[in-house]
Design a protein around this ligand. Structure first.
Ligand code: HEC
Ligand code: HEC
Ligand code: HEC
Ligand code: HEC
Length: 121
């Protein structure tokens, strides 16, 4: 009984110290490096993008009205869970379509090359 109390107190103190120091339990950042797709695989350095881009630049949710909802931490999903052949807007109904739209538009804006082999190594 006594032991349990000590452990609980220690665990509490630890959690408290962490909270004060601002060290929260690390959120899921996803993989650092990814290979997207299979037929024409895409090399995607996820961690490198996280340094300069916001999660919300690429991740979003779906609102109750079916429109694009805001980014919610912890709710990052695979793009094709929504952007598949059943998606209402035909311009956004595949991973290829949204991948090209998202990746290429930002690369253009930032003057990063959009040659095929930058992504399709
Ligand atoms: C800025 C990154 C980027 C560039 C540049 C790019 N792509 Fe892609 N591409 C992607 C992403 C992301 C996907 C989605 C992954 C998937 O569908 O497998 C994709 C998917 C594809 C697919 C579908 C692959 C499949 O498995 O169905 C084809 C085909 C393709 N791209 C061709 C091209 C060609 C041709 C070019 C050059 C004119 C190009 N891409 C340039 C990122 C890029
Ligand atoms: C430049 C675009 C971009 C940025 C910025 C970005 N991500 Fe991602 N993230 C992606 C793409 C693309 C995938 C792969 C989705 C897929 O496989 O369909 C992904 C996948 C993930 C996954 C795995 C999801 C799953 O179910 O497989 C997690 C978790 C994640 N990201 C978290 C984050 C967090 C947290 C941040 C911000 C710190 C972030 N991402 C920033 C583009 C981005
Ligand atoms: C939970 C469902 C869902 C997921 C998961 C999702 N999207 Fe979307 N996305 C939407 C909806 C809904 C819209 C709004 C479509 C419209 O207005 O026609 C949208 C719009 C877009 C657009 C067009 C608008 C814009 O911002 O340029 C792009 C590009 C896009 N998504 C890319 C992605 C990528 C890349 C991923 C994976 C990292 C992803 N989406 C994951 C639901 C989703
Ligand atoms: C919001 C902006 C943004 C989005 C979205 C984005 N990128 Fe990038 N990406 C950049 C910038 C800026 C750089 C160059 C500077 C750097 O490395 O951070 C870059 C660099 C890269 C590089 C390295 C290029 C080189 O010359 O070595 C690859 C590969 C890449 N991106 C793939 C992707 C793919 C694939 C996607 C979509 C899944 C994507 N990016 C989406 C902004 C973006």
């Amino acid at each position: 009984m006594k032991k349990t109390i000590i452990c609980t107190a220690a665990a509490f103190a630890f959690a408290f110290t962490c909270a004060v120091a601002g060290v929260s339990v690390a959120a899921n950042q996803g993989p650092a490096e990814m290979v997207l797709g299979t037929k024409k695989p895409v090399h995607f350095p996820h961690a490198a993008h996280q340094k300069h881009q916001k999660c919300a630049d690429c991740h979003h949710t779906k609102g109750a009205d079916g429109k694009q909802g805001p980014y919610v931490a912890g709710q990052e999903k695979k793009c094709d869970e929504c952007h598949n052949k059943d998606f209402a807007n035909a311009e956004l109904n595949s991973f290829k379509n949204v991948g090209h739209k998202l990746c290429k538009e930002c690369h253009k804006k930032n003057k990063v090359s959009t040659s095929c082999n930058v992504c399709h190594k």
